[in-house]
Ligand binder design. Structure first.
Ligand code: UDX
Length: 456
């Protein structure tokens, strides 16, 4: 996969080796640049120096090995070695929400101070962390005041990586977005992204404020699609319509598109919940109320509550019942449990005295650290054994292929709450399972009046 871009590549420093930083590092090295990643976390750097990926992500181990073997990828605890001589330094540190919801930018500021301290060459500082509009201006002012002697330009270069396919997204991005102020900075970013843009993808060049805002707006819009279809699912459950068909019909209009219209237990992860809050705070700070953003988050909570109510409806008395949750990460293909709907459901059930057993193919270690009260099973069938209800929490293909007869025999009570509409309700019911979907006739909880009998 590795290739040289014919110009010997640029020297790239990456501050922060979390999801975004590490994936950026391996992708840049694979494309022929010489990359040094740095982090404050000594254990993480030690792991990376030994070639051990700190989280699960397809293709990451291979590209990590390849980068280290080629000599183009290294890691250091010493920020200076990532920054000095660099042509481009990426800031990929966390921007967690503060109590108010505003993004906490302390790590971003600290990174800029490190750049000012160690830079030796004219350098572009590229923000990859999702930050409120105006952050680049602040960084520029900070860098200019600390290093008036050196050309240091700040650009905004947001990432649109999806966890679970972050490396593929980084290698073949559907868009490359660069917000900058000078031709010099654009030119350097063009050289950096030239090998990525080779597949015909062009770089979208714009001003910094637009690039920063486009990232927030994109994530908020995607979250809105999910919350919209979840709200439609609530209406389907009350009307007897099928949300899957509704979504398919909506999605066949190219102006709407089929993506992100899967009704379920709500979105989670490190981006949507945090970015929605930060976007709202940012707009409010500018004197603009944007209540739609809060409503998106409220509908997301409601989607989880709907799943909880199905479990409660199925079990009647919750105390001492055993509930099995399949899929504990916030989505399949990752071990990331941040804002995981499954863990939120687990917490809610545990509070009601339910015994919760869970299975996740990747996230067991993360779950143990985050919510040790969950008993962990090593496969879905072990989780189902003696449970009074089985909940499918992530949209994993593996769960769609489960042996329903075997599950029925194992369960103490044959109930499935299909939080992601993975199963065919007719097949589940034919296997003798009582089935609750999302926004589908078999998941209806609300009494429908006179024609109830006719339908059941
Ligand atoms: C997201 C954006 O897709 C990415 O561009 C951005 O850079 C970071 O945030 P990610 O958080 O990795 O990426 O996950 P994504 O695949 O987008 O899913 C987000 C959540 O929405 C998941 O919890 C998923 O289960 C949920 N979802 C997604 C739905 O419930 N229904 C859908 O139709 C789509």
């Amino acid at each position: 996969m590795g290739r040289d871009n014919g110009k010997g590549g640029l020297r790239v420093g990456v501050i922060g080796t979390g999801h975004v930083g590490l994936v950026t590092s391996v992708a840049m090295a694979a494309m022929g640049h010489r990359v040094t990643g740095t982090d404050l976390d000594a254990e993480r750097i030690d792991q990376l120096q030994r070639g051990m990926p700190p989280f699960a992500e397809p293709m990451l181990p291979e590209l990590l090995d390849e980068g280290r073997a080629s000599g183009r990828l290294s890691f250091s605890l010493d920020a200076a070695s990532a920054i000095q001589d660099a042509d481009v330094v990426f800031i990929c540190v966390g921007t967690p929400p503060r109590a108010s919801g505003k993004a906490n930018l302390i790590a971003v500021e600290r990174s800029a101070i490190e750049v000012a301290r160690h830079a030796t060459n004219p350098v572009v500082v590229a923000e990859k962390s999702t930050v409120p509009t105006g952050t680049a201006q602040r960084l520029r002012a900070l860098l200019r005041s600390q290093r008036p002697d050196l050309r240091i330009e700040v650009v905004s270069n947001p990432e649109f990586l999806r966890e679970g396919r972050a490396v593929a997204d980084a290698m073949q991005p559907d868009r490359i977005l660069v917000g900058a102020e000078t031709e010099w900075a654009f030119e350097r970013m063009r050289r950096l992204y030239e090998p990525f843009a080779a597949g015909g993808r062009s770089i979208i060049e714009t001003d910094i404020a637009t690039a920063e805002l486009a990232k927030y707006a994109s994530n908020a819009f995607l979250a809105m699609k999910v919350s919209f279809i979840n709200a439609v699912a609530r209406v389907c459950e009350r009307s007897g319509a099928d949300v899957l068909s509704v979504a398919q019909i909506m999605g066949s209009d190219p102006r709407i598109g089929p993506a992100f219209l899967r009704a379920g237990m709500g979105y989670g992860g490190s981006c949507f919940p945090k970015d929605l809050l930060a976007f709202e705070q940012f707009a409010n700070g500018l004197g603009y109320e944007f209540p739609l953003l809060r409503e998106i988050a409220r509908l997301n909570d409601e989607a989880l509550e709907a799943a909880y109510q199905k479990v409660e409806d199925a079990l009647w008395v919750l105390e001492d019942k055993r509930v099995a949750l399949l899929g504990l990460a916030f989505k399949p293909g990752t071990d990331d449990v941040r804002f995981s709907p499954a863990l939120a459901l687990a917490r809610r059930l545990l509070r009601e005295g339910v015994r919760v057993v869970g299975f996740d193919p990747l996230a067991a270690t993360a779950v143990k650290a985050e919510l040790p009260e969950i008993e962990l099973a090593t496969d879905p069938y072990e989780a189902a054994a003696e449970a009074h209800c089985l909940v499918l929490c992530t949209e994993s293909e593996d769960f769609a292929a489960l042996d329903l007869d075997r599950l029925r025999d194992l369960l103490a009570q044959p109930v499935i709450v299909d939080g992601r509409n993975l199963l065919d309700p007719a097949r589940a019911e034919a296997a003798g399972l009582s089935y609750y979907g999302v926004g589908r006739p078999a998941g209806v909880l609300v009494p429908r009046g006179d024609d109830d009998e006719e339908r059941s």
